[in-house]
Each structure stands twice: as structure tokens, then as C-alpha cells.
Design a binder for this molecule. Sequence first.
Ligand code: XUL
Ligand code: MN
Length: 344
Amino acid sequence: MSQFKFSVGPWNVHPGADSYGPETRKDIPIEEKFKKFAELGFSAVQFHDDDAVPNINDYTEEEIKEKAREMKALLDKYGLAAEFVAPRLWMDPHTIDGGFMSTRAEDREYAMWRAYRSIDIARELGCDLIVLWLAREGTLCAESKSPVWATKMLIEAINKMLEYDKTIRVCIEPKPNEPIDRSICGTMGHVMAVSAATIDPSRVGGNLESAHATLAGLDPAHEIGFALAMGKLMTVHLNDQNGLKYDQDKSFGVENLRAAFNQVKVLKENGYGEHGEYVGLDVKAMRTTTDGDSYKHLENSLKIFKALEEKVDRFDYDFQKKCVENRDFEGLEMYVMELLMGLK
Ligand code: XUL
Ligand code: MN
């Protein structure tokens, strides 16, 4: 039995299109996804604003709230909670050059409109968390905008959100690149600095995604640990990533099992989840996956996470202590490998 509650986004079950080819699987209606998420043991759903309210631009503010209430009823039907809402600031023609730090004032205004609507939707769905994955916030052409100005625009946008709703929490999901070239907020360290510069740092934290940390050349467990030490790990996006290339969102643990073990270990050792935090997955199926296996990567990720929880439960802290006393790190490392290989 896992001690954690798990969450997942509807985009994690997807038709398989990539930048170089069309869809390979059928699109699945959101209600069918919810039903399956509940069956698989997920407790909550993560949303983009337009996952909750498709065609969001076509509606008035009141209509958007009404549509969100309909989505809440659908969640209730399957006993699921909403974990967060994230404004999708990368698909709209207004966000071609980013959102909060777009070079055009009318586009920055549009980004704020989406941020406010995300807060409205979160309220209707019964959650208080806004995730900002800052997809296009940075520069494609380094000289196109000042990084000083861009960083200040991000802080200003977050301040406006904190003012718009006095209890909402804002959670930045850092990523160093892709689709943007140079991101403004690439790591947990950046998130902490931005948080500290806002009008209410207690309401601004981070969402660590394993793949994003790897893309920054950092260890996901250390990024998680850093945010935990600051009391600012609001959620996680667990997945895996094979080195420094395009963002892969592979099933949790399939590329680097030891790194995955250490992510589970740091979460377990530090009481993650005790304040209602979810273990969020952000995993994608492979392009070759068939319709019948549309959820297999989710099942596999949960299975690997739970198996690693058991490994953490069996971790011999006395042996670890002895190894540390003797500076026998070769011994400790081999012990971890044997534990993971099932030899211990
Ligand atoms: C992109 C990414 C997004 C966010 C949600 O790399 O991880 O799916 O998690 O906006
Ligand atoms: Mn993510």
C-alpha cells in the first residue's frame, strides 16, 4: 500500500503526434479518461485551463465559470479531486512570443487574462493551486528582450495573481529550454529566487519535473530536496529522461532507476504528502503504443513508483550509517545497486 496520493493530467493520455508526424492513436474523451484514472488508483486530476474549459477564448468570464462547474461535476462522478490549473500560454496566437514577458503589450494582457481565468477555474474545481509551466517565457533571439526586464515581468505577473485571489498559491514548474531557447526560470533555484521577490513568498513555490531537472543537467532528487528544504515543494511531475535532448516524459524510472529510487526516497524521508501534496505524474506514451495500451505508461509508472517505495522501506539505514562513518561509499553504492537489483 502506497502512503501517497497520485495525480495525472488528461494530456498524459494522448494520440501520439510529435513534431515530425501525425497522430498514431485515437483521441479519448475526457470522461473516459477520468473513469480509467479512478480505476488505476489516481486521486486527482491536473488541468490546463483549456483542459477544463475547451475553447476558452469563446466564452465570457461567467460562462467559463459555468463550464468549470460542469467539469467539477464530472470529477465528482468518479470521486476525483482537481489538483491544479495551469494556464496554457503556448498554443494561442497571442502567445507566439511568450506570455507574461511577450514583447507586445496586448499579448501580455492576454496572458494575464488566461492567468485570472485559470484562478477562476481552479476555484470552481475546488483547488487553490496554479501551476506555471513557462513554456515560451525566455528568448528565442537573445537580443530580443532584456533578461532583467523579462524576470521583472514574471514577478509582476505573479504578484498580480496573488493580488487577484488572496489565498491562491502559485507553483512554478521550471524548465531550462524547449520550446524556448533560453528560459528565464530554468531550475528550482530560480523558482526560489522569484518566489522571494514576490509580495507573498509563502504562496509561491515549485513543481519539480524529473525530466526538466535532467535537461538542466541536475539531479531530480537534489532539486526535490532543495525545494523541500525551503518548504516550497508544492507538487512534483515525476517521469524520466534519457540525457540532454528533447523533453521525453518517459515512464517514471525506466531510464535511471537509481535516480528514481532517490526521488522516492527523498519524498518519503521528508514527509512529502503530509500537507495534502500529490505525487503527480507527467508521462507520455511512446508513439508506437497502440490504442489498447493507451494507459500502460501510467500503470507502469505507478508500479515502478510503488516498487521503489518498498525498496525505500527496506533501505538499511544502520548499514548506511556504518558506511558513512567508515567513508565506505563504494560499499554503500554497491548496497544500493544490490537492493535495486533484488539481490538484497
Ligand atoms: C511541459 C510540461 C507540461 C506542464 C504542464 O514540459 O511538463 O506538461 O507540466 O503545463
Ligand atoms: Mn510537467
